[in-house]
Structure formats: structure tokens, C-alpha cells
Design a protein around this ligand. Structure first.
Ligand code: XMP
Length: 513
């Protein structure tokens, strides 16, 4: 894990995408705040720096500026969009508003065939822009290496030093050869090998876990989701029986979920597991509760209580492990009008027993989700776990509108398993972010056979998303919608109507609550 590239975050929506692309080049990447002191950055010993894009103008009074001393560290620098404009500002060039705000595609013509950034790339290719400002005069010591219709300085390079600026976004998929450009930077110009692999990561992580934990014992709340599952197997590899997983059945799980989790972790991986069936207490407390926030709080509190009880039963434990991921620990740059950071917080409270005096072990905290899945495969987790869609902590309770009752849970479980079954059989499950059923507490009239019915409605939600922050509904083919509706109405007792949710997020949320 020694070679790495640091990305300074100036608030671009693409910062994490840059970090992931660099890792796809086999090079570890770290995101730091835009104003990280040069000494702190230098101490990491990175092989290169990338300056991300950002929403501001580099001349704005509140422009986000890096520590100028970073340019004295003798390593390659790549500025992307706002990052390129920063180079112009710091090296005495000029930046101005472009005559036409450039959003979307344009064609780049490489004007210097010797530029190492463009090795092995055609002379003209499509690039993706998203900016209002442009470099309008070359910074001192720089030359232009690429131009678009809109600007002769779409790509610039220093004459002597390995400093580059790109007006377009090589990290987005719409830029052809974007990965090649980033690889030319990371593997070529910065000279990093392709050493960041999940096999190596697993070896290093096992060692680090052992160093941190010594001879002590660790507990982990296992949910059956991708993150806690991968953490469990990784910790087990490092610690064997000194790891105990606690799996709480809150009565709000999917059909056969408790069996599946026990089968995989206890039987197959032989991981010590404490299985607590607390469904009765959860369902008792949920009786008569209809307000979504109250439901959530009650479930969260009860979880902590049950978990603490189970943890005490494990005995003398010093460490609590968690499947925290990198996006949860990146300190995000606050940008006015960007609500994303705020939205995220409520999901991460997830019932952590804060009061308990544990030290934390977080073996996934520098990984992105796609890397966690790859690590899971590397560790031999079955595909059924590795490719799972997200499932909320409060479980089916947030998918039953109004009161949660055993009867409604039975209906929703059945409908949910039909949705998952159909999505998997038709190959849609792996292509999208989430697909699930919601039970609505309203009844409407229908007719089945010769009889008039008066029963519940199931809503189906299927969304595409990168990170759950925004989402669009999936245009499922009509035949699949038809199959879903007819199977649900035929097979789920008490349901006579099926609707499909065509709301994006925002304004809708993904879950109905
Ligand atoms: P919303 O409904 O806020 O959901 O659009 C965004 C994503 O978060 C998931 N979600 C949760 N995940 N605990 C979780 O671990 C929760 O309490 C929770 N609530 C929502 C939701 O499924 C979606 O993927």
C-alpha cells in the first residue's frame, strides 16, 4: 500500500470517481481536503497529486485554494477542470468565463503528440466538459497540448515539470480514452505499478487486524449485507475464533434470511456466531406505531438494547468491528446548495451501540463499495452475498406504510421474494441499485373469479443509482411489470392490486418509510 496518489477535493461531484478510476489503474488513491497542508500531504509520500474539479471560480472571493507549497513538492500534478484553472491562477496565467458555457461533449484535438498524457491515444477524441470558466491565457512555463472548438487551452502541460491541466473530465465514462489518460498519468508519469489488488489488500489487512487486536477478542454485528459480511470473513481470516459475530433477527428480515445467514457464516465459514431471535420483542413494541420516525427510533433503540445484551454474553471483549466504507470517512467539502452530505448522516447512525466502551476495528474503511465486492469474491464469499442490493437496517418495517403487523409482514415477505425472484431470473437484479416491494395500508376493490375483493395494494420500486443519494426509476420492460403484477396478485393472499413507482429521487426518497 505504499505507492499512492493523493486527490485534493475542491468539491467536485466527481472527486470519488477520480479516486476509483485511479484505483482501477491498480494504484491506491487517497482523498484529502483541498487545503491540506503541504507538509501533511508530503508526509504520505505520494507519487502524484490530482487537483479535482469544483463548482466555484478560481477568482471568487471565497474560492477554495490549495496550500501553494504543494507545488514545491517534486512530484507530478494533474489539474482537472477547476484544478487546471488553479494551475493558471498559481502560475500567472488567466482564467475567464467561456463565451459559451461548455457542458457535455466536445472533441479534443491533441496538439502535442509527444505529451505523455496522450500516449497511445488517437489525435482526436470525444471529451466531456462541465464548466463555465476556461483558461484564457497560458500560465508561465506552460504549453498547450490539446484544443477543442471552444478553447485552444483545453489541455496544458508545463515545459519542464510534470504538471498537467485538463479542462475536460477524464474520469467520466463519456470521455473516450479517459481511463487511458488517467493511467498514462498514474502508471506512466507518476511511475506507479499496478499493485493495488484485492488479494494484496486482504493480506495486508489481515496483518493490520492482527497488529491492532493482538490477543484480544472482537465482536461484529452481522446483518447479512455486503459490508458486514465481507468484514466478517476478513476478520475471521485474521482472528479465527477470537471473532464472534452477533446476528439479530429483528423480525423484519426477508424470507429465509436468518437461515441463509446462518448457513453461510456458521456452516460454511465456521465463524462463531451468536444468533439472537428478538422478533417477538421488536414486533411487540411496534404494535400500534404508525409514524415513520417513531418506528425508526424504536427499532434503533431496541437493536442497541438487544445487541448490548448479546455482547455482554460473549464475555470479555475489547473491540467492536464495523464495515465502515471509505465514502463514510471522507471528510466532504461543504458546498452551499449541496445537500448530499446532510442526507447521508441519518443512515449511518444505524443503531451503533455508542455507549459501549469498545475500541473500533474498521478493516474496510479505505475501500469503495465495488472494491468491497471484489474483496468478498477474493475471500470466497458466494455471489449471492457479494452482489446483494442494499437493504435498510430497520428492514421491512420501512416498507410497510402504517402499522407493522405479523399479517402485513407475511404479505410483504411473500411479495418481496417474488420481486427478487423475478428480477434475478430476468437478469435485472445485478444491473440496478435496488428493487423491492412496499405494502400500502389502503384497501381497494377488485374482482377475482366471480367474487368482489377488498384488499391491500403492493407498490413496486426499482431504481438506478450510483450511491443512493440520487436515483432514477428503472424503465422495466412491460412484460416484466406484467409478470410481477400477475404473480403478486395471484400468489400473495390479501393483495388485489399492484402499482409501479415512477418517482425519481429527488423529489421522492428510495424507501417509502
Ligand atoms: P432513501 O430512502 O433515503 O434511501 O432514499 C437511500 C438508500 O439508503 C437505504 N436506507 C438505509 N440503509 N439503514 C441502512 O443501512 C437505514 O436505516 C436505511 N434507510 C434507507 C435505502 O435502502 C437506499 O438504498
Amino acid at each position: 500500500m505504499n505507492e499512492q496518489i493523493v486527490i485534493l477535493d475542491f468539491g467536485s461531484q466527481y472527486t470519488q470517481v477520480i479516486a476509483r478510476r485511479i484505483r482501477e489503474c491498480g494504484v491506491y488513491s487517497t482523498i484529502m481536503r483541498y487545503n491540506a497542508p503541504a507538509a501533511e500531504l508530503d508526509a504520505l509520500g505520494p507519487s502524484g497529486i490530482i487537483l479535482s474539479g469544483g463548482p466555484k471560480s478560481v477568482y471568487a472571493s471565497d474560492a477554495l485554494l490549495p496550500d501553494p507549497a504543494i507545488f514545491d513538492i517534486d512530484i507530478p500534478v494533474l489539474g482537472i477542470c477547476y484544478g487546471a484553472q488553479l494551475l493558471a491562477r498559481f502560475f500567472d496565467g488567466k482564467v475567464g468565463p467561456s463565451a459559451q458555457r461548455e457542458y457535455g461533449r466536445s472533441t479534443l484535438s491533441v496538439t502535442d503528440r509527444n505529451c505523455r498524457l496522450f500516449h497511445g491515444i488517437p489525435e482526436r477524441f470525444k471529451v466531456w466538459n462541465s464548466h463555465g470558466d476556461l483558461v484564457t491565457a497560458l500560465p508561465a512555463g506552460f504549453i498547450a497540448v490539446g484544443a477543442t472548438e471552444n478553447t485552444p487551452f483545453a489541455a496544458i502541460a508545463h515545459r519542464e515539470k510534470p504538471i498537467y491541466g485538463l479542462q475536460f473530465h477524464p474520469e467520466v465514462a463519456h470521455t473516450s480514452y479517459g481511463m487511458k489518460i488517467l493511467s498514462n498519468f498514474a502508471n506512466g508519469i507518476c511511475g506507479c505499478g499496478r499493485n493495488w489488488t484485492m488479494r494484496r489488500y486482504a493480506e495486508t489487512a489481515v496483518q493490520e487486524i492482527r497488529n491492532q487486536v493482538g490477543n484480544e477478542r472482537v465482536i461484529l454485528g452481522l446483518s447479512g449485507g455486503v459490508d458486514s459480511s465481507v468484514a466478517a470473513v476478513l476478520l475471521h481470516r485474521a482472528l479465527g475464533d477470537r471473532l464472534t459475530c452477533i446476528f439479530v433477527n429483528n423480525g423484519l428480515l426477508r424470507e429465509r434470511e436468518p437461515q441463509l445467514v446462518r448457513e453461510i457464516f456458521r456452516r460454511h465459514f465456521r465463524i462463531r456466531m451468536k444468533y439472537v431471535d428478538a422478533s417477538r420483542i421488536f414486533l411487540q413494541r411496534l404494535r400500534g406505531v404508525t409514524d415513520p420516525e417513531r418506528k425508526r427510533r424504536l427499532i434503533g433503540r431496541t437493536f442497541v438494547e438487544v445487541f448490548e445484551g448479546a455482547a455482554r454474553g460473549v464475555g470479555n471483549v475489547r473491540f467492536l468491528a464495523q464495515g465502515t466504507l471509505y465514502p463514510d470517512v471522507i471528510e466532504s467539502v461543504p458546498i452551499a446548495g449541496n445537500p448530499a452530505a446532510k442526507i447521508k448522516s441519518h443512515h449511518n447512525v444505524g443503531g451503533l451501540p455508542r455507549k459501549m466502551k469498545f475500541e473500533l476495528v474498521e478493516p474496510l474503511k479505505c475501500l469503495f463499495k465495488d472494491e468491497v465486492r471484489r474483496l468478498g469474491r477474493e475471500l470466497g464469499l458466494p455471489e449471492a452475498i457479494v452482489v446483494r442490493q442494499p437493504f435498510p437496517g430497520p428492514g421491512l418495517a420501512v416498507r410497510i406504510i402504517g402499522e407493522v403487523t405479523p399479517k402485513r409482514l407475511r404479505m410483504l415477505r411473500k411479495a418481496d421474494s417474488i420481486v427478487l425472484g423475478v428480477m434475478k431470473e430476468t437478469g435485472w437484479y445485478n444491473r440496478i441499485w435496488q428493487s423491492f416491494a412496499i405494502l400500502l395500508p389502503v384497501r381497494s376493490v377488485g374482482v377475482m373469479g366471480d367474487e368482489r375483493t377488498y384488499e391491500y395494494t403492493i407498490a413496486i420500486r426499482a431504481v438506478e443509482s450510483q450511491d443512493g443519494m440520487t436515483a432514477d426509476w428503472v424503465r422495466l420492460p412491460h412484460e416484466i411489470l406484467e409478470m410481477l403484477a400477475s404473480r403478486i396478485v395471484n400468489e400473495v393472499n390479501g393483495v388485489n392490486r399492484c402499482v409501479f413507482d415512477i418517482t425519481s429521487k429527488p423529489p421522492g426518497t428510495i424507501e417509502w418509510e
